[in-house]
Write a protein that binds this ligand. Sequence first.
Ligand code: IPM
Ligand code: MG
Length: 358
Amino acid sequence: MSKKILVVAGDGIGPEIVAEAMKVLQALQADGSIDVSIEDALIGGAAYDAVGDPLPAETLEAAKASDAVLLGAVGGPKWEPLHISKRPEKGLLGMRAGLGLFANLRPAILYPQLADASTLKADVVSGLDIMIVRELTGGIYFGQPRGVETLPSGERKGVNTLVYTESEVERICRVAFDIAMKRGKKVCSVDKANVLECTEMWREVAVKTAADYPEIDLSHMYVDNAAMQLVRAPKQFDVMVTTNMFGDILSDCAAMLTGSIGMLPSASLNADGQGMYEPIHGSAPDIAGKGVANPLATILSVAMMLRYSLDAPAAADRIEKAVSQVLDQGLRTADIMSEGMRQVGTAEMGDAVVAALS
Ligand code: IPM
Ligand code: MG
């Protein structure tokens, strides 16, 4: 049965990298490997410019009616002066909340061909394969009360609140444990239990939930130490599970271990397996429109989409192999360029992946 994909390209380099991912989808469609129908919709600054809202109601409705959403990126300096409720990022957060995408999977895998592109020594990162499982619809990103108020003294007070219920912690831990069962069976739960009561509870729930997974080796780490360990000895980690904000920060850190944030895909899933797929990098306004952005994170996000939401694991494998093959051929976008390799632009990289598919 045909599956529905909603494409929301967004801002900055979003449209350029999504165009390359579309070539890959269309090639798989053309050779009969997948059966999908594709629609597109507005999000982020592009949606604000067109209709005055970073997440138009039609976009969220179309997303709800799809099996999966492919997102490019949102945001840019042009929209920074707007009130926070109208900024492009609200479009992204509204999608996450509106679709209930509580489980964010951010794999950090080092392609052996790129060991020299990392700022860390090759022996520290070679063979790296970490899965960060970030809680995505709770925590300080969504907790109430929030906002800035003016006190009687005239001074302003800003508030954001870290909130988790036990059930929110339990379900994200289960996702992490289920994933770990298919990998190295090791989960590190990252918290700040020495200071924040909410995450002390997080730790207790993680321990309690792990009782259902006797084969899982569960450990705990404070977030400051986890940041340090990620750059000191990252290969000690298999699966990491953590709160929305800690996951935001640690996943950027893990991304750089792999050489470039331009390589990393992500999946955001809800309880029904419906998902939104996006590169973990942002809209990179400084290079937008120049045709130099790395489309591989978006192309790899399509692979995750085929695997997690569209039940097409063989097609997903083919994409991942094709990416590895173009790296073997020595093709590099500027962000992963190194001596002796051939530098290519966004479209040439996308075309090379399509060629390597067959
Ligand atoms: C991410 C991004 C987003 C986040 C921004 C763009 C709202 O940094 O997906 O990691 O903070 O979650
Ligand atoms: Mg982030």
